[in-house]
Design a protein around this ligand. Structure first.
Ligand code: CUV
Ligand code: SF4
Length: 623
C-alpha cells in the first residue's frame, strides 16, 4: 500500500478505493484540499469579514496592519459575528430538516401522504402529552394533526419558551432563564442571529455569543429534538438491529442503491420500494439476485437505526463509494453531499438523483419528492436503478463488510437496563463504568479519515468509559468493529463486565446528527435520576473530525447543556483571545462546561479522562 493512501485514511476500503480512484483519474476531496493549501490565515482565525460591502475586511493578527474593519469592528466583534453565523446556519439546517418531518406528519394527519403512517403510537401519545395535547380516546390521526400544529408553533414566535426544553433538568432550565438564553422560537433565534450580526447591530462579543448559545439551544432542544421525535413517530423508535458497515456491504450480484443525505422522508420510501415483490421480480428478470439498499452519512444512519440497513461509508468516502462501479443509483436529499458527486458518477454507470426542492447538484437528475408523490416516485426511481444494472462496467468491491449492531434509542437503552437508568447509575457509582462520552460528528480532510474517531473511542472504552456515538463518528466506529457484542474485548474490565452481562457492545450507536438530541435526553434522564444537573455528571462529548456548521451548533448546545466538549479541528476563533478564553474556560462559570480543542485523539482522550475523574471526585464517587 502506498504511503499517500495511508496518510489520508486508516480504513482499508478507503485506501484501496483511493488507489482505484487514482487509476480512474477521479479527483477526490483530498486532492481538492491539497490544491487549496495554504488556506487563508485570516479566515482560519476568523478575522475576515464579508458582512457588508464597505468590506470585505480583515484584521491583522500580528498587530501591524489594520486592527479594525471599515465600519470599526475589531477582531473580537468580527470573530464573534462569524461564529454566530456558523451557529445560525447549522441550527437552520437541523431545524429545517425537523420542519420537513413535521410537514409530513401534518399531511399524514390529513390523509395526503400515501405510504407514510404513524408507526409508533405510544411515542405519538407521549410526545403529544409534552405538548399538553389531550390523547385519551382520541383518534391517532387527530392527535398527529394537533401535534404537528403545536410543533409548527415552536418554529414561530408566539411563545416565550420552546416546548421540549422542559424535558431538561430543572436546574438547567433555571440556569438558562437566569442568564437569558432560554430559546424561544426556533426560527426566531436564527433570524435574530442574522439581525444581530448585520453591520451596526450587536457589537458586544459577549452578548453576541450569549445569543449564539440561545440559537444553538433552539436546535438541540428544539429543531433537532423535533426531528428525532417525529422520525420515531413516523418510522418507528429504533431498537437494536444487526447491520454491517464499509464499502463491502455493496453486492456484486445485486442492484445496489445508495441513499445519501439526512432526511428519512425520502430514504424510507426508497427502502419500501426496494422491498416490494414487484421490484424484486423486476430485478430478477434483469439478471440481479436482489436489490441491495445501503446508506452513506446520516440518512443511512436513520435507516440503519430503524431497519438495520447497512452503511457503505461516511462523509469522506462518499465519492469513493461510487468508484466501486457497483452503484446503480445514488439518491440524495440534503446536507453534506459534496457538489462533486455528479462528476464522479459520470465516470461510471451510476445514476445520480436529487430529491429535495431545496437542494440541487451538478450532474444529477432532479426528481422532487413530496409527501403526496413519494411512494410512486420511489418505485419509479427503483425501477430506473434496476434497469441500469445491465449498464455496469467493471466492479471493484475490495473488502468484506464488518458486522455491527445499531439502533440504541434511549427507550431501548433504558429497556435493556430493565426499565430504569438506575443500573447504569449504579455501575457509574461503583466505578465499573467511569463515565460516558458522546463521540459525534463528521470527517474532515484535515484529520486522517476515521483516525480521530476510532483512536479516541478505543482509548475511552479501554479505560471503562461507555461511548455513545452518532453521525459519521458512529460509522467510523462500526467499521472499526467496535459495535458487536464481542467488542467488549476492547473494553476495560468494568465496562466489559457490565456490557457483557447486558449483551451489548461498549459503543452504542444512537443515530444521525439530529439524534444527538437522543444523547441530550439520556444525559437529562441520568441527571434527573441522580437529582442533579447534567454539568455535575461524569460525561463529556467529542467531535474529533468535525467540519460542518451543524457541528458548531451541536457543540455549542452540548456545552450549554453542561457537557464538556472536545473539538478536533480548531474552529475559526483564534483571531480573538477574548472569544477563545470565553469558550475554552469562561463558559465554565456561565453554563458549567466549556470547550477543549485537541486534534490529537490520544491527547483528547487524556483530557476527557481527566475531566471525568474530576467530576467523579466532585460527586464523591470512588476512584
Ligand atoms: Ni449529519 S454533519 S458529515 S453526515 S456527521 Fe457526517 Fe452526519 Fe457531519 Fe454530515
Ligand atoms: Fe468590513 Fe465592518 Fe462591513 Fe465587516 S461589517 S465587511 S468589518 S465594514
Amino acid at each position: 500500500m502506498s504511503k499517500a493512501y495511508e496518510k489520508n485514511t486508516i480504513t482499508e476500503d478507503g485506501q484501496l478505493l483511493l488507489k482505484k480512484a487514482e487509476r480512474d483519474q477521479i479527483e477526490t476531496v483530498w486532492d481538492r484540499y491539497e490544491a487549496q493549501l495554504p488556506q487563508c490565515g485570516y479566515c482560519e482565525m476568523g478575522l475576515s469579514c464579508r458582512v457588508c460591502v464597505m468590506g470585505p475586511c480583515r484584521v491583522d493578527p500580528f498587530g501591524e496592519g489594520p486592527q479594525k474593519g471599515v465600519c470599526g469592528a475589531d477582531g473580537d466583534i468580527i470573530v464573534a459575528r462569524n461564529l454566530c453565523r456558523m451557529i445560525a446556519a447549522g441550527a437552520a439546517a437541523h431545524s429545517d430538516h425537523g420542519r420537513d418531518l413535521v410537514e409530513v406528519l401534518a399531511e399524514v394527519a390529513e390523509g395526503r401522504a400515501p405510504g407514510y403512517e404513524i408507526k409508533d403510537m405510544e411515542k405519538l401519545k407521549r410526545v403529544a402529552a409534552e405538548y399538553n395535547i389531550e390523547t385519551e380516546g382520541k383518534d391517532p390521526l387527530k392527535i398527529a394533526g394537533e401535534l404537528a400544529h403545536a410543533m409548527q408553533e415552536d418554529f414561530g414566535t408566539r411563545k416565550k419558551e420552546l416546548t421540549l426544553v422542559k424535558t431538561a433538568p430543572e436546574k438547567r432550565q433555571e440556569l438558562w432563564k437566569k442568564i437569558g438564553v432560554m430559546p424561544r422560537g426556533i426560527d426566531r433565534e436564527i433570524s435574530e442571529t442574522m439581525h444581530r450580526t448585520h453591520m451596526g447591530v450587536d457589537n458586544g462579543w459577549q452578548s453576541l455569543l450569549l445569543h449564539g448559545i440561545r440559537n444553538a439551544l433552539s436546535d438541540g432542544w428544539g429543531g433537532s429534538m423535533i426531528a428525532t421525535e417525529v422520525s420515531d413517530i413516523l418510522f418507528g423508535t429504533p431498537a437494536p438491529k444487526l447491520t454491517a458497515a464499509n464499502v463491502g456491504v455493496l453486492k456484486e450480484d445485486q442492484v445496489n442503491i445508495v441513499v445519501h443525505g439526512h432526511n428519512p422522508v425520502v430514504s424510507e420510501m426508497i427502502m419500501l420500494a426496494c422491498q416490494s415483490p414487484e421490484m424484486l421480480k423486476l430485478a430478477e428478470e434483469k439478471g440481479a439476485k436482489g436489490i441491495n439498499l445501503a446508506g452513506v452519512c446520516c440518512t443511512g444512519n436513520e435507516l440503519l437505526m430503524r431497519h438495520g440497513v447497512p452503511m457503505a461509508g461516511n462523509h469522506l468516502v462518499s465519492e469513493l463509494v461510487l468508484t466501486t462501479g457497483a452503484v446503480e443509483m445514488m439518491i440524495v436529499d440534503y446536507q453534506c453531499i459534496m457538489p462533486s458527486m455528479g462528476d464522479v458518477a459520470a465516470c461510471y454507470h451510476t445514476r445520480m438523483i436529487s430529491t429535495s426542492d431545496k437542494a440541487r447538484f451538478p450532474g444529477m437528475t432532479h426528481r422532487e419528492f413530496h409527501p403526496d408523490n413519494a411512494r410512486e416516485l420511489a418505485k419509479e426511481l427503483v425501477t430506473a436503478a434496476i434497469e441500469n444494472f445491465e449498464n455496469r462496467g467493471e466492479v471493484y468491491i475490495p473488502v468484506e463488510p464488518v458486522n455491527a449492531i445499531g439502533g440504541f434509542s434511549v427507550e431501548t437503552i433504558v429497556a435493556a437496563l430493565g426499565g430504569t437508568p438506575q443500573p447504569l447509575i449504579d455501575a457509574i457509582a461503583a466505578g465499573k463504568i467511569r463515565g460516558a462520552v458522546g463521540v459525534v460528528g463528521c470527517n474532515n480532510p484535515k484529520i486522517k479519515h476515521d483516525y480521530g474517531h476510532v483512536t479516541l473511542t478505543k482509548r475511552l472504552i479501554e479505560n471503562d468509559i461507555l461511548v455513545v456515538d452518532t453521525g459519521c463518528a458512529a460509522i467510523a466506529n462500526a467499521k472499526a468493529g467496535f459495535k458487536v457484542a464481542d467488542a467488549i474485548e476492547f473494553a476495560g474490565p468494568g465496562l466489559k463486565e457490565i456490557c457483557g452481562s447486558l449483551g451489548i457492545p461498549p459503543v452504542l450507536h444512537m443515530g444521525s446528527c439530529v439524534d444527538n438530541a437522543r444523547i441530550l435526553v439520556l444525559a437529562s434522564a441520568l441527571a434527573k435520576a441522580m437529582k442533579t444537573d447534567i454539568s455535575d455528571l461524569p460525561l463529556a462529548a467529542a467531535a474529533p473530525e468535525w467540519y460542518s456548521e451543524k457541528a458548531v451548533s451541536i457543540g455549542v448546545y452540548t456545552v450549554a447543556s453542561g457537557v464538556y466538549t472536545v473539538l478536533g479541528p480548531m474552529p475559526p476563533i483564534t483571531g480573538s483571545m477574548n472569544v477563545v478564553r470565553l469558550l475554552t474556560d469562561g463558559l465554565n462559570d456561565v453554563v458549567g462546561a466549556a470547550f477543549g480543542v485537541e486534534p490529537d485523539p490520544e491527547k483528547a482522550a487524556v483530557l476527557i479522562r481527566r475531566h471525568i475523574e474530576e467530576k467523579r471526585e466532585n460527586l464523591g464517587l470512588p476512584f
